[in-house]
Design a protein. Structure first.
Lengths: 152, 152
DNA sequence: GACTTAATGAAATCTATTTTCATTTGTAAC
DNA sequence: GTTACAAATGAAAATAGATTTCATTAAGTC
């Protein structure tokens, strides 16, 4: 599995792309850089990423944003999260040792993160035994948070 | 946690609904029955459920289907799955001892199921320690299946 | 530098999902 | 049983996230 961190260089990205017959474009570099600069626990929707690009004076179309998010998810560079916001969110797919998982309140959508190295190990083992090459392992818990429980 | 199986009766559904000020309607009964009759591992989209209802001569609108799916997910009766089909799928939320998880190929969307009781235990523990009332625990692995790997 | 083909941008389109609102129907009180 | 009230439903319209189309631009290769 391709493990990433904030040091993931342009050269490695170029190599990963070229291996698959894909091209190293300034749009792709820029989008990856934004995710690398994002603090942990922050995950963005396509729309939010596009707004940030506009803010940074980058003229990257929304279509390219969507295309790039898909491509990077399929390469294992990003992870796609479906929490409770009604649209997908993306974040850098870090190495399994620093991976985290999510706990979502179905009432207020409040989301917490937690780490559980064991889960990633179990997931990896299962996938291996079934012959899959793992790109991402997500444990998502849906429930009712303390606040919403007390409010009935 | 409310644990369900195919024996979940109308009376229990009525009680669960009334407790929350919700009503026991024939549409809700029918939709739950369909999920209870569904073989394990089969999960349906709102559209598919609606087609089945039409086939069974039930005149339940698509809006009601969507509303019911949400309601039952928030009650913990159904679990909502976001695999790779582009839309959400639903299945009966069975007791944690018979719960399963998913492994999805990001290329061909082929999906496998696997059981891992430990994952549910870990998830439950995490949620408890954070004061959440767990409704559903989903481990989803994204990767590339053996077939797609060999095809490059 | 020329060539091939992938990637991009802008606009149009798609489609799953949600909302609106008039009507119907559970539920509880009488 | 009847009444009153609020919740649920159906049908249609609307929304919005996401995708597609196609002409243009620009990587990568020889």
């Amino acid at each position: 599995m391709l493990t990433l961190n904030a040091m993931y260089s342009d050269d490695i990205l170029r190599q990963q792309l070229n291996e698959r017959g894909l091209r190293f474009t300034p749009q792709r570099v820029k989008i990856l850089k934004i995710f690398q600069a994002l603090p942990r626990g922050i995950h963005w929707s396509a729309e939010e990423l596009h707004e940030e690009l506009v803010e940074q004076q980058e003229r990257i179309s929304l279509s390219t944003v969507y295309r790039t998010l898909h491509m990077m998810t399929n390469m294992g560079i990003l992870r796609e999260l479906e929490l409770a916001e009604g649209h997908k969110h993306y974040e850098l797919n870090r190495s399994s040792v620093e991976q985290h998982h999510h706990l979502v309140c179905v009432h207020c959508n409040h989301t917490l993160e937690f780490a559980e190295a064991v889960v990633d190990k179990i997931g990896g083992k299962q996938a291996d035994s079934l012959g899959y090459h793992v790109l991402d392992c997500q444990l998502t818990l849906y429930g009712v948070c303390p606040d919403c429980r007390s409010q009935g």
